[in-house]
Design a protein around this ligand. Sequence first.
Ligand code: ADP
Ligand code: MG
Length: 355
Amino acid sequence: MKLNVDALRYLSKDDFRVLTAVEMGMRNVYDGFRLTYLGYDFLAIKTLVNRGVFVSVGRQIGVGKESDIFEVATEDGTVLAMKLHRLGRVSFRAVKSKRDYLRHRSSFNWLYLSRLAAVKEFAFMKALEEHGFPVPNAVDCNRHCVIMSLVQGYPLVQVKQLQNPEMVFERIIGLVIRLAEHGLIHCDFNEFNIMIDDDEKVTMIDFPQMVSVDHRNAQMYFDRDVECVFKFFRKRFNLSFQEIPDDIDDAEVDMDESGRPCFSSIAKGSGFLDKDLAASGFTRKDQEDIEKFIEGGVEKDADSGDEENEDGGLVSELNESDISGVDSLHLVELPTLNCDAEGRVEENEQKTEAG
Ligand code: ADP
Ligand code: MG
């Protein structure tokens, strides 16, 4: 799937009318057409341009497993980052349980989940920013698309040398601790989602999989985030962690013998998530819906080999048309298409694509 932004210029009012009609159709009970990611991209971009959020789309600057990141520019020339969520593009970590879940529940739609991921990411980014966390500035959000400030610097995974690795390490572990103090766990806190600039300032990104500290697997997620950071700094920068506990300047936090912060000494309730996020329009139910599909650590699968791809392909079992490239055609015809109240499409076993 390639977003060809040039095509945007040639789309007519009628084209957008058709895309909007299909989108509405997917929300209501309707037989016939459905949107692909490409059509959804066009609708989101058009809406944000109409709102005056940006005026042009530039080069692609990042590709995550489940997103594409582009530069966009505002009227005054400020460059921002546009993240288009693409859930379903790759297979998931816990593919077996998810596949079972999907088998027993025919009502399903990747676009809906991508929109939830975007709403969630935007809400978390905003709330984190308001609490002084180093995150991109959350600018706007529409459908599956989040607009945020462009982070200067590079993902930590690309950084081969640091002037002061101990200090960067402490900042990063300090962030995991401070998140937990605010009732949150990142759940994908690793060298792909931490950006470092030339002054070795740290910015964290990528929030759709965050959970509350009262999540049933909170301890495991927290320990995994911590472990990722320890492991990366040991391997890349040869850090040994004997003295680290004293250096982390937080008397409230207990460390275990190996210098890792203890989850139970940090997490004290989850007020942050409930109050701030509910206010931003991201509900508990949204959180529950999305948790069924997103699990932290997606990127960590990159080095452990992608077993999920080999075992049949969750992706092809679902909506091939949403996921694979449709360059010239934005609509794919389906034999039947029923939607539930949430706008999720109920799918038949067999699909055919319109020529
Ligand atoms: P995914 O959820 O698919 O992993 P990310 O949010 O981690 O998506 O973004 C993927 C990559 O895009 C990042 O590793 C980073 O290199 C780049 N990126 C994402 N957001 C920004 C941003 N605001 N500024 C600069 N680069 C970004
Ligand atoms: Mg990422």
